[in-house]
Design a protein around this ligand. Structure first.
Ligand code: NAD
Ligand code: ZN
Length: 360
C-alpha cells in the first residue's frame, strides 16, 4: 500500500529578525566537504541592504540569479553545479535566498552536486541516487510553499517536472517575514493566491483528509486575514501570517493534492511560459463550477486589492496552442484523480480541457 510517509524540513526557524541567526546556524556545517558555502540569491537584492547582511566568509561564493526571464531550468542548475565543482569543488552547503524560483534552484542544485549527469535524468519521483549536500532555504516572498515541499520544479527540454524525493526537502528553513517587506503589491497578491489555491484544491478532492484539512483550514483563515478581513493588506502583521500560511498550504497539499487549476496552470507555464502563480490566478477565476466558494471569495479578494486580471486571452491563441496546453494538463493524472475521482477519464477529455482553456 502507498503510505504517505513524508520527510519534513529538519529544522525551521521562524520570526522577525531570524535571518540574523543564519551565520551561527551554518557555522558547524562549514567543516564539511571543501569548507565553503554557496549562496544563491535573487538578483533583486543585489543593491539592497539584505545583500550586505549575507553571512558570506572568505572563500564562499555568492551567486546572483535573475529569476524574471523564465522559471528555473535543468540547464541552469546543471551549469551552476558544473561551474562550482569545476573551479572550487564540493561546497559544505548551499543557501538559497529568494522566492519559489530560488528555493527550487537551491534544492535541485543541492541534489545535483552529488548525482552525476544532467538534472533532466532525475525529473520525477525518487530517481535521485545519492543524498544532496546540506541546504538551507530563506524565502523572501510568501505563497508557493516551495520552502517546505519535497519537490524542486524544473523546466527541461521535454517536461516541466520536479526532482522529487526525501533529500529534496531543506535541512534548514529560515522564515523571517521582515524579508518580504519589499514585495510589490502585484507579486504579493499573485504569489499569496498560490497558497489560497493550494488550500482550496487540497480541500476539494478525493485525497483530502483530517491531516491535510487541518493545515488548509488554518492557512485559509490566515489568507482571509491577509487579503479580505477588516485589517487586510500588506502590513508587517499580515506578512507574518502569509509566511505561515504559505508553509501550511504547502504541507496541506503534500498530504493531499492540488487539482484542476494547477493542471491547467502547468499547461500555461509549459507552452506559453506564464509564471506559476500568475497563471494560477488567470485560470482559477474561471473554475466556479468546480470550486464555487473558492472562486467567489477569490473574486472578492481581487476586487478588494483592485487587481484586474486580463480577460479574453484565449481569443489570441491558435487551436494548436490550446491543444498543446490541454495535453500537458491531461498528463497530470494525479491532479485529475484527486479533483475528479478515480474514474476521471470518463469525465475529462482533451476536448473538455480545451473548453476550460477557452474560458480564459
Ligand atoms: P519568484 O521566485 O519567481 O519571484 C517572483 C518575483 O518576486 C521576482 O521578480 C522576484 O525578484 C521578486 N521578489 C522575491 N522576493 C522579493 C522581495 N522580498 N522584494 C521584492 N521582490 C521580490 O516567485 P514565486 O512566485 O515565489 O515562485 C514561483 C516559482 O516557484 C515557479 O518557478 C514555480 O514553478 C515554483 N513553485 C514551486 C513549488 C514547489 O513546491 N517546489 C510550488 C509552487 C511553485
Ligand atoms: Zn502552486
Amino acid at each position: 500500500m502507498d503510505v504517505k510517509n513524508f520527510k519534513n524540513a529538519d529544522r525551521i526557524a521562524f520570526g522577525r529578525g531570524s535571518f540574523k541567526g543564519l551565520s551561527s546556524i551554518i557555522t558547524q556545517k562549514r567543516l564539511l566537504n571543501n569548507n565553503f558555502f554557496l549562496f544563491i540569491v535573487d538578483q533583486y537584492f543585489a543593491d539592497k541592504d539584505l545583500f550586505y547582511r549575507i553571512p558570506a566568509e572568505k572563500g564562499d561564493v555568492v551567486k546572483l540569479i535573475n529569476v524574471d526571464p523564465h522559471e528555473p531550468t535543468t540547464a541552469q542548475v546543471d551549469n551552476i553545479r558544473d561551474e562550482i565543482l569545476g573551479s572550487i569543488g564540493l561546497p559544505s552547503g548551499i543557501v538559497g535566498i529568494g522566492g519559489g524560483s530560488i528555493m527550487d534552484i537551491t534544492k535541485a542544485a543541492s541534489l545535483m552536486f552529488t548525482n552525476p549527469g544532467s538534472s533532466t535524468r532525475y525529473q520525477g519521483l525518487n530517481l535521485i541516487k545519492h543524498p544532496g549536500i546540506y541546504h538551507v532555504g530563506v524565502p523572501t516572498i510568501s505563497g508557493t510553499g516551495a520552502e517546505v515541499s519535497m519537490t524542486a520544479v524544473l523546466t527541461g527540454p521535454e517536461k516541466k517536472l520536479g526532482l522529487k524525493c526525501d533529500s529534496t526537502v531543506f535541512n534548514q528553513v529560515i522564515l523571517d517575514p521582515e524579508l518580504t517587506a519589499s514585495v510589490p503589491p502585484d507579486k504579493w497578491f499573485y504569489t499569496g493566491m498560490d497558497t489560497y489555491i493550494h488550500c482550496i484544491e487540497s480541500e476539494n478532492g478525493y485525497l483530502n483528509n483530517a491531516y491535510s484539512h487541518a493545515y488548509a483550514e488554518q492557512a485559509l483563515q490566515l489568507c482571509r486575514d491577509v487579503f479580505l478581513n477588516q485589517h487586510a493588506g500588506k502590513t508587517p502583521g499580515n506578512d507574518d501570517k502569509l509566511m505561515v500560511a504559505s508553509m501550511m498550504g504547502g504541507l496541506s497539499l503534500t498530504y493531499s493534492e492540488v487539482g484542476i487549476c494547477h493542471a491547467l496552470s502547468y499547461g500555461l507555464s509549459k507552452i506559453l511560459h506564464e509564471k506559476h502563480c500568475y497563471a494560477n490566478c488567470l485560470v482559477f477565476q474561471h473554475l466556479e463550477d468546480y470550486y464555487p466558494e473558492g472562486v467567489r471569495e477569490m473574486k472578492q479578494m481581487l476586487a478588494r486589492h483592485q487587481i484586474n486580471l486580463p480577460q479574453g486571452l484565449s481569443k489570441q491563441w491558435t487551436e494548436d496552442t490550446i491543444t498543446a496546453m490541454a495535453k500537458v494538463a491531461y498528463a497530470l493524472s494525479h491532479m485529475w484523480n484527486h479533483a475528479v475521482g478515480p474514474d476521471w477519464k470518463k469525465k475529462i477529455t482533451i476536448e473538455k480541457i480545451k473548453e476550460l482553456y477557452k474560458r480564459l
